[in-house]
Ligand binder design. Structure first.
Ligand SMILES: C[S@@+](CC[C@H](N)C(=O)[O-])C[C@H]1O[C@@H](n2cnc3c(N)ncnc32)[C@H](O)[C@@H]1O
Ligand code: SF4
Length: 355
């Protein structure tokens, strides 16, 4: 039986929300903003180092949206129903003065939540200023506590100790709750998943396991490398009994489970084995101003030229609204069928579109 936690937000039916609906009746509630296409890691499932080498041409700074441009677009997205903004990348903490952007975004009327996903390597340096700028919580990606496995999963860049230090600084700064995202790949780090649970159980830090996804085209994804959440859940609950929790809000991607002994909760993001397209209310903005309506999209709509060419707010709003009204994406639900098509090889990469 599902346990209900005391939460401020209830599952609001989509029909009760204002703003445009896409072709499947889904509202626009979340915007993920990639502030930086570069990264200081080379996780093989995201930016394999053989393909993203020293000569790889990332965006130039003039090609990336400025903070003013991001804030202007965010205001427009909020007018269309967005309530939650997540800054991501690439590695968002590589973007200079990111706290200034956070301060501006948290001040937009109607924004209920600003979140940040980072690999954590630069977090110790920035946690206090992020908190002071108005960030309330943070998600840190950490795939393994085993230094050798960690090195493999991060492409040999960055150090496990730095990430753990970053988590500690986030905690001292009051950036809570801290969520840990761990991508699990069979034969690579699945044997260390239990260690993450053991380490963070009872600390208030929420570990979330993500099924390895076929985002982009460069990570050599294979279905047999996916560890289904159900399998992991069974392994974890053998050691620590778990009880399913209700979702915090409609469209939440993680399926949550509480430790029966009260030592907190863990989550599973199962886009491969349990697709959640029906509830997906997310749009994505790349660092050079392309709007995508799905993580697995093959194309998006660039808004940067209009933005820089003097388009009015009303004109930009109309463009975004129309894009949303026409949205039909449900890649994860149709994965088996769509992977057979030629366009599947043109999916945009996750570091660019924003994870
Ligand atoms: C693209 S990263 C960007 C933010 C930051 N660099 C980080 O790693 O947290 C956002 C999230 O996407 C996840 N991710 C990247 N590629 C993935 C894949 N192929 N399957 C599942 N999750 C993936 C990462 O583990 C990370 O938690
Ligand atoms: S998952 Fe994050 S840290 Fe890893 S390569 Fe991609 S953007 Fe960088």
């Amino acid at each position: 039986m599902a346990v209900t936690m005391a939460k401020s937000e209830v599952l609001i039916p989509f029909s009760a929300l204002n703003g445009p609906r896409d072709a499947m009746g889904r509202p626009l509630r979340d915007l993920r903003i990639s502030v930086m296409d570069r990264c200081n890691f080379r996780c093989p499932y995201c930016m394999p180092r053989e393909k993203y080498h020293e000569r790889y041409k990332f965006l130039g700074s003039h090609e990336r949206l400025s903070f003013d441009e991001i804030v202007r677009l965010s205001r427009l997205f909020v007018k269309l129903g967005v309530r939650k903004l997540r800054l991501t990348g690439g590695e968002p903490l590589l973007r200079t003065n990111l706290s200034d952007l956070i301060g501006d975004l948290t001040a937009i009327p109607g924004v209920e939540d600003v979140a940040l996903t980072t690999n954590g390597v630069l977090l110790a340096r920035h946690a206090a200023e992020l908190k002071a700028a108005g960030l309330r919580r943070i998600t840190v990606s950490l795939d393994s506590l085993d230094p050798h496995v960690f090195a493999r999963m991060s492409g040999g860049f960055g150090g496990l100790a730095d990430v753990l230090d970053g988590i500690e600084h986030a905690r001292s700064a009051g950036l809570e709750p801290i969520k840990i995202n761990a991508v699990i790949q069979r034969g690579l780090n699945d044997h260390t998943a239990i260690d993450l649970v053991e380490r963070f159980r009872g600390t208030g830090v929420i570990v979330r396991f993500i099924e390895y996804m076929d985002v982009g085209n460069r990570n050599e994804w294979r279905p047999d490398l996916v560890v289904p959440s159900k399998e992991l859940l069974a392994r974890i609950s053998e050691r620590w009994p778990l009880q399913p929790l209700e979702r915090d809000y409609r469209g939440e991607v993680a399926e949550r489970h509480a430790f029966a002994d009260g030592a907190g909760e863990i989550g599973f993001i199962s886009s491969v084995t349990q697709p959640f397209c029906g509830d997906c209310s997310r749009a994505r903005l790349s660092s050079d101003g392309v709007i995508y309506t799905c993580l697995f999209a093959t194309s998006g709509k660039s808004i940067r030229d209009a933005l820089r060419g003097g388009a009015s707010d009303d004109e930009l709003l109309e463009t975004i609204r129309n894009l949303w009204l026409m949205r039909t994406d449900r890649y994860s639900e149709k994965r088996a069928e769509l992977r057979q098509t030629a366009s599947d090889h043109r999916k945009v990469e996750m570091f660019y579109i924003g994870g």
